[in-house]
Design a protein around this ligand. Structure first.
Ligand code: SF4
Ligand SMILES: [Zn+2]
Length: 137
């Protein structure tokens, strides 16, 4: 299916962090998906490609259940499949895979799930460093 639906996404100009919260789903994300005109293609896309994040009114966990019930097999983006069959988006490995892809193709975009995963890893590393510095003072 074409990706044109993204242009009409209710979340287009919203803060992506709202759609990638760690445990609970933000009320802003729930409300946006409720009235989004492209909820259906969004969910269709997410069922096939997105492990984490709130997409088309569903959490990652809910999509897992739907996949199992409907026998849907996840597919990774074509480019990823070619280079790194073992990584998935929403992880630090996924982020590193995007970085490698971007070296070959400067127009390649790092997806929002991977960017957030990478930020999380960085934040955690900084906290750990700070904690160990405090210890030695
Ligand atoms: S359904 Fe939700 S996540 Fe999907 S495009 Fe619309 S607002 Fe964004
Ligand atoms: Zn990604």
């Amino acid at each position: 299916m074409s990706e044109l639906w993204r242009d009409k996404a209710k979340c287009r100009d919203m803060d992506v962090n709202l759609f990638f919260q760690d445990r609970i789903t933000s009320i802003e994300a729930i409300n946006a998906c409720l009235v989004c005109p492209v909820k259906e293609p969004c969910l269709d896309h997410a069922l096939r490609h997105e492990i984490v994040g709130y997409w088309g009114g569903t959490t990652g966990k809910e999509r897992k259940t739907i996949r199992r019930k409907m026998n849907i097999i996840m597919q990774r983006p074509e480019a990823q499949k070619r280079f790194i069959p073992e990584v998935s988006c929403g992880t630090e490995n996924g982020y590193q895979a995007h970085v490698r892809l971007r070296r070959d193709d400067s127009s390649h975009q790092i997806c929002k799930a991977c960017r957030l995963a990478h930020n999380r890893v960085n934040r955690f590393a900084k906290q750990r460093k700070r904690a160990s510095n405090d210890y030695f003072i």
